[in-house]
Ligand binder design. Structure first.
Ligand code: ATP
Length: 364
């Protein structure tokens, strides 16, 4: 990974609150990198320090080898798209987009060519003469992005840019942002508390909690190999089961005694020893139901469970299962030929060892 943008041991406190706590990140040129975490975890504060709106108490920010820690916002080759768009209400779309270049004293033909390119890229040509109040939320968002990109920043900071939009429009804007990134190739740093946005948009994601980074990884790695219980719980749906390590197995597997599930083999995830009390994560969609005992050759872990609840979601259904004292959630894609599941039935449930993962060792 090239070191285009380096965040080196950056901290920021507000009074006694350490909003950002010794965060270090290395972000590559052209990467779409998300800061993801619950409200108050410090992601906006970190973004504001990158934009120059907040000064770190300690640590350094380097962009393409240059120390930008003490540069004011207007001297940084960085632009921010704010959640509330911050458009000039009295200026037209055209003038809003042109603003940065005009302020920089660029020639009229230059400004005109650049604005036209941005209008085309963000599909706003037909709206060029409108004022912001005459635009939809998605259109305003596109003006805000065009207004930032026209300055050709080396880094575009996006602070929850889709938060004000409804679900359909958010999904639409996500694919527009993807397309826009493919076209301009600018480094995007994207702040969100929405895991769906981060997973669908990012090359890599830093998951933050209480001012610290819990894990930095690609979307698939975060989902499939969360570093700890916090990340596992924050990204996607998960069952968490308490158990005790019974046996170390070849590869990175361990056998864990789990009440109601017997002694399934799961991924170890970290250094463990026999007797450790652990929490095991199992994604709902990795649980397979069958009426027959699954064949031993499938190598699958297997247990019996009673269906307590079935919730219909159209393309899939969500089941609440009970195995002994254990309650688990399973998700089944609805497909032709699948036997119907109903409350009170007993089913065999199986999962591959790779689908289970120890995400935490508990103090013992
Ligand atoms: P959200 O998604 O709600 O915006 P966030 O992860 O972006 O949350 P921050 O806005 O970075 O979180 O805030 C981190 C912590 O710092 C919060 O507890 C917040 O209340 C506090 N904080 C942020 N800015 C200030 C400020 N200017 N003065 C005092 N406290 C602040």
């Amino acid at each position: 990974m090239s070191e285009f943008l380096v965040i080196d041991q950056v901290s920021k406190s507000f009074g006694a609150l350490r909003a950002v706590d010794a965060v270090s990140l290395h972000i590559g040129r052209g990467e779409v990198f998300s800061l993801l975490g619950p409200s108050g975890c410090g992601k906006t504060t970190l973004l504001r320090m990158l934009g120059g709106f907040e000064k770190p108490d300690s640590g350094r920010l380097l962009l393409a080898g240059q120390d930008i820690t003490d540069l004011p916002p207007e001297k940084r080759p960085v632009n921010t798209v704010f959640q509330n768009y911050a458009l000039f209400p009295h200026l037209s779309v055209w003038e809003n987009i042109a603003f940065g270049l005009k302020m920089a004293g660029r020639s009229k033909p230059d400004v005109k060519a650049a604005v036209e390119r941005m209008l085309a890229m963000t599909r706003l040509i037909d709206h060029a003469s409108k004022r912001p109040a005459q635009l939809s939320g998605g259109q305003k968002q596109r003006v805000a992005i065009a207004r930032a990109l026209i300055n050709e920043p080396q880094v575009l900071l996006l602070d929850e840019p889709l938060a004000a939009l409804d679900l359909k429009l958010r999904q639409h804007m996500l694919s527009e942002l993807n397309a826009l990134h493919r076209e301009v190739g600018t480094t995007f740093i994207y702040v969100t508390h929405d895991q769906g946005e981060a997973l669908s948009l990012s090359d890599r994601i830093a998951v933050m909690n209480h001012g610290r980074v819990e894990q930095i990884a690609s979307p698939t790695e975060l989902y499939e190999a969360p570093a700890n219980g916090f990340v596992a719980g924050f990204i996607g749906d998960a069952n968490f089961l308490r158990g005790t390590v019974q046996e170390m197995m070849p590869g990175s597997f361990v056998r864990v005694q789990i009440d109601g599930l017997g002694r399934p083999a799961v991924m170890a995830g970290s250094d463990l020893k026999t007797g450790d009390a652990v929490r095991v994560m199992l994604r709902p969609e990795s649980l397979h139901l069958s009426t027959e005992h699954p064949a031993a050759s499938e190598r699958a872990n297997c247990f019996q469970a009673i269906v307590e609840e079935v919730i219909y979601f159209g393309a899939h259904e969500r089941l609440r299962l009970r195995a002994g004292t254990q309650v688990l959630h399973a998700q089944r894609t609805r497909a032709h030929g699948h036997a119907a599941v109903s409350v009170g039935q007993s089913w065999w449930v199986s999962f591959q060892p790779e689908a289970g993962r120890v995400v935490e060792r508990e103090g013992n």
